[in-house]
Design a protein around this ligand. Structure first.
Ligand SMILES: [Zn+2]
Length: 604
């Protein structure tokens, strides 16, 4: 039987100072009609068209030592003239995007996601791929190491060399980081896991690996080891500030602030480290929920255009629910720390009037053009399928637990979904999750899902949390930096507000979002207006909260702004600040039945 020759890719840091990778691709048996090559328009997990082909700076093809003409077919595709011999494509690709969905090359490191650099061979996407990852010839890069979950063919651990993937879809699901890396390793159920951190760090790697092991173990307890899950790598970029993550089948890319990682001698879990653990937990849970079990319309991904699904709230929202829940269930944070996180999520949702305009199903469907392309009107027009999705998961979990006397929880629904769609190669149909939830619980959940997923009313969280011995409280914010989650004396809460978000843009205090129906909108203030003075005194982003303390509901004041280069004065009538800030309190004095329900929810 003839053995098919794999597609051979070669990527080298061709010109780090110009941020150019050179990517070669040799196709042994090109399409006799003229081989077509495609660059993805988006990367799975980040639902926005990014048109990675825009970073192709030059491209040519050759066969048998001769140039082969290429024709550009559209924004992402090229076709070579028909040839009988192996065909090689050579391209220079600009890489200067430090985000988890990009590619970035300079003298200090090389990072790339496959969709940014690897062309697909149309019609031969199922063929095996090999990639030679070439080190820079700069002697300063002699100590570089390579971290990726891609299978090594002849490359020693953490070194350059040749890697392989079963097909194109797998090839582009292994981000690669090469540079000066701090690496830690641990095992979960015998499966090797690693974390590779780029950026100067004095992290306590022993503690970090111990905590990640605890966390990963917890997730594995819930849904079991996926088929073929034989390795995992967290690729972490830790600059001074930043936050983000993107999931893959055997790895994830995370960006976190350097100071969020634990240092030697620290043994508490402060807010920043809790945020890092929540991010790692989120991306790891995606190994099940979206990387393997996924919407039917993603089977397979069409990376040339938007793919609409109403289910992103299941894949991002439920993942967002389990990310923090796993922290308390694994003992990394305590109950009150978890309730603080929940209170903050509820606060984020309550502060957007868009929750009354858009359902999470609509938000999922329109993720491509709305959630991922937020503008100044976003708080009024859209709801996050992450944040509200996680609260729907919470509400569903508590409802199932209380209405089945603790017999069924969201864990059971997730297990049933995983059994059906986890390893089967089939995707979840649009009505699949709701059907399984009803089936597993034996409850009629139609009204619940209609209201929570397709409706725009408030979720019944206060009542459901009460059945689990948790008080739901609302108060006004103390100011613009108040994220909620904690109780606060009434004297420290603001009495009035402007109904606008004021933040520094190009060094100037700028109204970036105006809340529908709020004082700023009623005064004719628009996004982009620069704040100058309120009631005759300078108004800045830093002093706005304290300036407002002098006033009461109904006070009318002069507000001076720049709109463009025109100075305008308007009257603003201040209104009382909304009670849009939530905090949750454990009821210390509950019946045994309620306490055991709460224990079972928070500790699994
Ligand atoms: Zn996610």
């Amino acid at each position: 039987m003839p053995v098919s020759v794999p597609h051979r890719y070669r990527i080298s840091p061709h010109d780090p100072d110009a941020h150019l990778f050179e990517v070669q691709l040799t196709v042994e048996k090109p399409d006799p009609e003229g081989q077509v090559f495609t660059m993805p328009a988006w990367i799975p997990g980040s639902y926005m068209i990014r048109d990675y082909a825009r970073n192709v700076v030059s491209i040519r093809a050759e066969a048998d030592g001769r140039d082969v003409p290429l024709t550009k077919l559209d924004k992402s595709r090229w076709q070579a003239m028909p040839v009988q011999k192996p065909l090689t494509l050579v391209a220079e690709i600009y890489a200067y995007d430090l985000s988890v969905r990009g590619a970035h090359l300079d003298r200090s490191h090389a990072y790339f996601n496959g969709p940014c650099v690897f062309f697909a061979v149309d019609g031969q996407e199922d063929l095996r791929c090999e990639v030679e990852i070439v080190p820079p010839d700069d002697p300063a890069a002699a100590e570089w190491r390579v971290a990726t979950s891609m299978r090594r063919k002849d490359a020693a651990p953490y070194s350059f060399g040749t890697f392989e993937a079963d097909d194109y879809a797998e090839l582009i699901d292994h981000p690669v980081e090469a540079g000066h890396l701090t690496i830690g390793e641990y095992e979960v159920r015998g499966i090797p896991h690693a974390i590779a951190i780029r950026g100067k760090t004095r992290v306590d790697m022993g503690r970090l690996c111990h905590d990640l092991e605890t966390l990963c173990e917890r997730h594995m307890d819930l849904l079991g080891v996926p088929d073929g899950f034989d390795r995992y790598v967290f690729l972490v970029h830790a600059p001074g500030s930043g936050y983000g993550g993107l999931e893959h089948r055997w790895s994830s890319s995370l960006v976190c602030a350097r100071d969020s990682l634990p240092l030697r001698g620290d043994d508490n879990v402060g807010e920043a480290y809790r945020t890092f653990l929540g991010l790692a937990s989120h991306e790891y849970f995606h190994s099940w929920n979206v990387k393997r079990m996924k919407p039917a319309v993603f089977m397979p991904y069409d990376l040339s255009a938007e793919t609409h699904t109403g289910l992103l709230w299941v894949f991002e929202g439920i993942t967002s629910y389990y990310d923090d829940l796993a922290l308390v269930r694994s003992g990394l944070i305590n109950e009150s720390s978890y309730l603080e996180l929940l209170g903050r999520t509820i606060t984020r949702v309550l502060r957007g009037g868009g929750r009354h305009r858009q359902s999470v199903e609509e938000s999922s469907f329109d993720a491509w053009t709305k959630f991922y392309k937020q503008d100044a009107n976003a708080p009024n027009a859209i709801v996050s399928f992450y944040a509200k999705g996680s609260l729907i998961a919470l509400a569903l979990d508590l409802k199932l637990r209380s209405e089945t006397e603790g017999r069924v929880s969201l864990d059971d629904v997730m297990k049933a979904c995983w059994e059906r769609w986890g390893n089967s190669g089939e995707g979840m149909p649009e009505d699949g999750f709701e059907a399984v939830a009803a089936e597993v619980s034996g409850l009629d959940l139609e009204d619940f899902f209609d209201a929570a997923v397709r409706g725009t009313g408030e979720l019944p969280l206060e009542t459901l949390l009460h059945t689990h011995g948790v008080h739901y409280r609302l108060r006004a914010a103390s100011g613009s930096s108040d994220k909620g989650g904690q109780q606060l004396d009434e004297a420290k809460q603001r009495r009035v507000w402007l109904g606008a978000i004021l933040s520094d843009t190009n060094g100037k205090p700028t109204f970036t979002s105006i809340m529908n129906g709020g004082p700023a909108e009623l005064a004719g203030i628009a996004p982009g207006d620069e704040a100058v003075a309120l009631d005759g005194l300078q108004l800045t982003t830093a002093n706005a909260d304290s300036r407002l303390k002098a006033y009461r509901d109904g006070d009318e004041l002069d507000l001076v702004i720049f709109r463009g280069d025109e100075l305008l004065t308007t009257r603003i009538r201040l209104a009382s600040a909304p009670t849009d800030t939530c905090y949750l309190e454990l009821d210390e004095d509950v019946e045994l039945a309620v306490e055991s329900r709460r224990l079972s929810w928070l500790h699994g």
